[in-house]
Design a binder for this molecule. Structure first.
Ligand code: ADP
Ligand code: AMP
Length: 214
């Protein structure tokens, strides 16, 4: 089964994904994580993507669609995939529909995590990420047990370059212009499941669990 996590940057998609994959047979596919890993390795794709990511812009649809298509063919996605950060444009959503049709697969649900702009800014500016496994923490709302150390793998935590106040504002604009139309797209296809994201992490997860169990 294919499940999509939709929502603004900072909605809690990565945080919920960590919990969802513990409960369901889904592989977490985060396009942001894939791109950051390419940036870290200094690949051609990484160097190209970094320019856009640092400015809070989207990487081109062609590149992203190619990455996701290849990723979905890998054996660990056979029993199911949880897409986080993809699709982000209507072009990406249409391409995903075509790719899934070719594979004989379909989307089970699109979970839309709705969060206020003020909350997004405080979440993203206080976010810290594990350098090794990509787990997401927050200085106040979800701190690690030991300062700057990942609970899951012991890796060091860092602040993403694109989590600065100015870039966050730009990412919110990009989200509103290019990604928000997907709410309507998936509503029309009867796939949208809206979740109240302005609650604490466990409460949001309870709502998501209910949707996936139905
Ligand atoms: P996304 O993947 O949607 O960009 P993250 O899962 O990385 O967002 O969450 C953004 C930040 O907000 C992180 O620092 C995370 O710890 C924190 N966070 C996530 N969900 C909540 C929540 N429900 N309440 C408060 N903070 C949250
Ligand atoms: P994220 O980790 O989802 O917040 O993504 C970080 C950055 O990676 C975004 O600001 C974009 O520059 C890029 N990115 C991630 N996913 C996509 C996508 N589906 N389409 C285009 N760019 C993406």
């Amino acid at each position: 089964m294919i499940v999509i996590l939709l929502g603004p940057p900072g909605a809690g998609k990565g945080t919920q994904a960590e919990r969802i994959i513990d409960h369901h047979k889904l592989t977490h596919v985060s396009t942001g994580d894939i791109l950051r890993s390419s940036v870290k390795k200094g690949t051609e794709l990484g160097n190209k993507a970094k320019e856009f990511m640092d400015k809070g812009e989207l990487v081109s649809d062609d590149i992203i669609i190619g990455i996701v298509e290849e990723r979905l063919k890998e054996p660990d996605c056979k029993s199911g995939a949880l897409l986080d950060g993809f699709p982000r444009t209507v072009v990406q959503a249409r391409s995903l529909d075509k790719v899934l049709e070719k594979m004989g697969r379909s989307i089970k649900a699109v979970i839309y995590i709705d969060v206020d702009e003020e909350e997004i800014i405080s979440r993203l500016t206080g976010r810290r990420i594990c350098r090794e496994c990509g787990a997401s923490y927050h200085l106040n709302f979800n701190p690690p047990q030991v300062r700057n150390v990942c609970d899951q793998c012991g890796g060091g935590l860092y602040q993403r370059e694109d989590d600065s106040f100015e870039t966050v504002k730009q990412r919110i604009n990009v989200y509103q212009e290019q990604t928000e139309p997907l709410i309507n797209y998936y509503e029309k296809n009867n796939l949208l499941e809206k979740v109240e994201g302005n609650q604490d992490i466990d409460e949001v997860f309870k709502e998501i669990k209910k949707i996936l169990e139905n």
